[in-house]
Ligand binder design. Structure first.
Ligand code: SF4
Length: 370
């Protein structure tokens, strides 16, 4: 067995170790820096001033690619780990992932082509019951220690692709509970990240999605508020304020990750220059759905989430001169590029009646896959 496999199996190094590069999480309790201010879309304005003329002489639709967008480092590291596990003949077969490694069905399909089976549709503990032998990969969303221990007890070889930013949240939860606090965890019910977070200290972590959930709680003693990493900054602040009003002494750990903050800020600051916003991302991707919400509620623009180019409806584009494109942090770059290429070839004002529909989505290949 290789040295790195032994090290991971025995827990003698972080989950990334030799597979995923340096551990890049900030130390626990370090305040997150504010996201940088994004530059105005000068290139877009220059293109508009120049007339934006296509090669055949007609004006083309202007496409504003919002930046930053797409893959975050946590997703890249998780996919790199999965690819290396799949390529290593020394790793016991079969290889399963407990849930979608990141929330994108195109990524899951590419993993399947590489021999990795994704189990989906239940709690992590229930999914684990379906694996009798071989290898299991835990997803970027994090995993409860009890599930991890059960996987090891079943003799499975385990790889943990939990994002360092999620691990940091788990560290905060365990630390505050060890100091006697009850945790209000602001998160999305049914999403795997809260499942892993609640499992850090069962009985002491209380999932809150709405102010009604909060009103239903009556917590004794000290309280700490911890958030899921991929929420809307604006919604979360309102819930944090409500927590502070109900528990004035509560410590607050706003754990929305930097990648999520930056993508949301970019939409808030740049999407106002567009008539329409398209967010490329999977229906299950919380951060993609939040980008749609930010475009609509903060930038004040009509916005749609699309899985890929083939989801674009021509009627959305009628009368549109400028369309902004962004992507969730689990969206493969190939899918976003295909959307941008399609839009850039359209005439100003959208496709003509009877024009060809968008092309089918391209097959996705993971970074570094052969
Ligand atoms: S969105 Fe944030 S928490 Fe989730 S994988 Fe990316 S960096 Fe990590």
């Amino acid at each position: 067995m290789r040295a790195w496999l032994v090290a991971i199996a025995t827990g003698s190094m972080g989950p990334y170790g030799p597979l995923g590069g340096p551990f890049r999480s900030a130390s626990p309790h370090t305040p997150r820096p504010p996201p940088p201010v994004q530059p105005l879309p000068a290139r877009l304005l220059a293109r508009r001033a120049a007339g934006n003329v296509g090669s055949r002489g007609g004006s083309l639709m202007q496409v504003l690619t919002i930046s930053p967008r797409g893959y975050c480092y946590g997703v890249v590291d998780a996919l790199t780990m999965a690819r290396r596990v799949a390529a290593d003949p020394g790793v016991p077969r079969p290889i399963h992932v407990l849930g979608m490694i990141v929330h994108n069905r195109h990524v899951v399909e590419d993993l399947r082509r590489q021999g990795i089976v994704t189990l989906d549709g239940g709690s992590r503990e229930a999914l684990l019951e379906q694996i009798a032998c071989g290898t299991v990969i835990f997803t970027a969303h994090g995993i409860a220690p009890e599930v991890k221990a059960k996987a090891r007890a079943r003799g499975l070889t385990c790889f943990d692709a939990t994002c360092p930013d999620v691990t940091r949240t788990h560290d905060v939860i365990r630390d505050r509970v060890a100091h006697g606090a009850e945790i209000i965890y602001v998160g999305k019910r049914g999403h795997p990240e809260p499942e892993g977070a609640v499992g850090q200290a069962p009985g002491h972590v209380h999932l809150v999605e709405t102010t009604e959930d909060l009103e239903g709680l009556d917590l004794p003693g000290p309280v700490a508020v911890v958030t899921q990493t991929t929420l809307s900054q604006w919604d979360t602040q309102a819930l944090i304020d409500a927590c502070r009003a109900r528990y004035p002494g509560a410590e607050v750990f706003n754990e929305i990750c930097l990648a999520t903050q930056q993508r949301q800020q970019a939409v808030a600051q740049q999407a106002g220059a567009a008539d329409l916003v398209l967010v490329v991302g999977d229906a299950r991707s919380n951060n993609s759905n939040r980008l749609v919400q930010v475009a609509q509620e903060i930038a004040g623009r009509p916005a749609h989430r699309i899985d890929s180019v083939e989801d674009i409806r021509p009627e959305w584009l009628r009368g549109v001169r400028t369309v902004a494109v962004t992507a969730g942090s689990s969206t493969p770059t190939q899918l976003t590029n295909q959307v941008v290429d399609y839009l850039r070839a359209l005439p100003d004002g959208g496709p003509a009646e009877g024009a060809a529909p968008p092309p089918p989505a391209a097959a996705v290949r993971l970074p570094g896959a052969r």
